[in-house]
Design a protein around this ligand. Structure first.
Ligand SMILES: Nc1nc2c(c(=O)[nH]1)N[C@H]1C(S)=C(S)[C@@H](COP(=O)(O)O)O[C@H]1N2
Ligand SMILES: [Mo]
Length: 259
């Protein structure tokens, strides 16, 4: 997917929000109107409108019951990061771990695991679909990403949220094998977009991304970054990794992995 398509998709997300909120104006007409197209790109507009639109339950991924939880949930990709800083943090049960939030935010901030646990939480039982062809149902508890970003503020120019992870999935000399992912600002305000710190009623295990991992229930597994160490809000991800918005995107996968 090239940058033009990304821009277009963001505009469509914004326009959909407006169409849902107002119910009056045609999507096509909005997109053709250059003033409206510019307006739709402003983060403030997108967040406000899409938040309303996405709160409609029709947009939620299916949620399951306790009885549907998979007895074994596969772990994929990195399951035990070797990074020495991460290993030290894990030894101390992540007491010294801090989530760094930076970039196009009103006020950069760091949050401890306790800080995140003290924020409002959401619990959801959902199906995880890996692009490799397996699915598992699990229960996730965490803080909505929107709650975290509400505390830092989001600048108008921010269009993507980038998640920087602790693990290097591919050993490279230039460090480009480190796992990262990115999502659109609009996805932040989907109610099921959470930073999960519990899985199946227990602290998130290392194999599944301790201390926090992203859950983004309407997209494929590779979008759901494990071992999140830092969150960066950006206008473009062209300068990060190999420029395609994620570890697997840099290796050919789609940036928008909707299911
Ligand atoms: N940091 C990090 N996040 C990651 C991966 C990874 O290797 N490293 N693998 C991804 C892929 S392909 C999938 S399917 C899921 C696997 O999550 P699980 O191990 O909890 O099943 O995590 C995703 N997030
Ligand atoms: Mo995956």
């Amino acid at each position: 997917m090239n940058r033009n398509q990304l821009t277009r998709r963001s505009v469509i997300v914004g326009a959909t929000g407006l169409a849902f909120a107002g119910g009056l104006v045609g999507l096509r007409r909005l997109e053709r109107n250059p003033t409206m197209a510019t307006l739709l790109r402003s983060a403030e507009f997108v967040t406000e409108r899409t938040q309303r639109a996405l709160l409609s339950s029709g947009a939620l991924a299916r949620e399951y019951g306790e009885g549907d939880i998979s007895p074994v949930f596969l772990a994929n990709g990195t399951t035990d990061p070797t990074d020495p800083v991460y290993r030290d943090l894990a030894l101390d049960k992540f007491i010294n771990w801090r989530l760094e939030v930076s970039g196009l935010v009103g006020k950069p901030a760091v949050f401890s695991l306790d800080d995140l646990r003290a924020m409002p939480s959401r619990t959801q039982i959902t199906r995880h679909d890996c692009v490799e062809g397996w699915s598992c149902i699990g229960k996730w508890k965490g803080v909505p990403l929107a709650e975290v970003l509400r505390r830092t503020g989001v600048e108008h120019a921010a269009r993507f949220v980038v998640f920087h992870c602790a693990d290097e999935l591919e050993q490279t000399l230039d460090g480009s094998g480190r796992y990262y992912e990115s999502i659109a600002i609009a996805d932040v305000f989907h109610p099921q977009t959470i930073l999960a710190y519990e899985m199946n009623d227990r602290p998130l295990p290392v194999s599944h991304g301790a201390p926090i991992r992203l859950r983004l229930e309407r997209q494929l597994g590779y979008k759901m970054a494990k071992y999140v160490m830092a969150i960066e809000l950006v206008a473009s991800f062209a300068h990060i990794g190999r420029g395609r918005g994620g570890f697997w995107e840099d290796r050919g996968y789609e940036w928008y992995a909707g299911i």
